[in-house]
Ligand binder design. Structure first.
Ligand SMILES: C[S@@+](CC[C@H](N)C(=O)[O-])C[C@H]1O[C@@H](n2cnc3c(N)ncnc32)[C@H](O)[C@@H]1O
Length: 163
């Protein structure tokens, strides 16, 4: 398990930067949450607010539930991209730790859900430029780009607000 009680989850500089960029507008979802550390910190930041962590497939979703533990405030959902968020009234979502093309495909696959959010935080592991070009070319959002360093690597992060 990553954390119990009030002990903080371990966030490196990349995830800490992402957390600081996320507006405090809940409910929120961490899409492709993986280890669940960011989702846990999002929940810790606003006790009682709904925080969802998603995984596309049963195996990773099971592992995420195991890592978070039975008393976690984070609700784990299973399904691809933004689809598990249907009907939940999320105001924001984070999509991080995947390639820029995968993030674009997730947004393109669920335009109504993507545009129904008040904010999106995107942090691709690679292919930042094509994601940036697509986002700016779509005209759907006002993007704000930032970056951080973890070890020797620079990570770019985008905060999107619908126009
Ligand atoms: C490298 S991990 C990133 C974990 C965490 N978000 C981070 O930034 O550290 C990428 C995760 O995204 C999940 N994933 C990949 N494609 C996905 C999709 N279309 N929908 C939901 N999850 C997806 C993978 O199963 C994996 O757990």
């Amino acid at each position: 398990m990553i954390a119990t009680g009030t002990a903080p989850a371990r966030l490196g500089p990349r995830l800490r930067h992402l957390l600081e960029l996320c507006p405090e507008e809940y409910p929120v979802a961490d899409v492709g949450s993986g280890h669940g550390r960011l989702a846990l910190e999002l929940a810790r930041r606003r006790p009682g607010a709904e925080v969802y962590a998603t995984e596309a497939r049963p195996g990773p979703a099971r592992e995420l539930r195991r890592l978070l533990g039975p008393s976690s405030p984070v609700l784990v959902l299973e399904g691809p991209g933004l689809e598990p968020l249907q009907g939940l009234g999320c105001r924001g979502a984070v999509i991080a730790g995947m390639g820029g093309h995968t993030i674009r495909e997730i947004l393109q696959a669920s335009p109504a859900l993507a545009l129904g959010l008040d904010w999106l935080c995107l942090q691709p592991m690679q292919d930042w430029e094509p994601l940036w070009s697509w986002v700016t070319g779509s005209g759907w959002w006002d993007p704000q780009g930032t970056s951080c360093r973890e070890r020797s690597r620079i990570y770019r992060t985008l905060l999107l607000r619908p126009r």
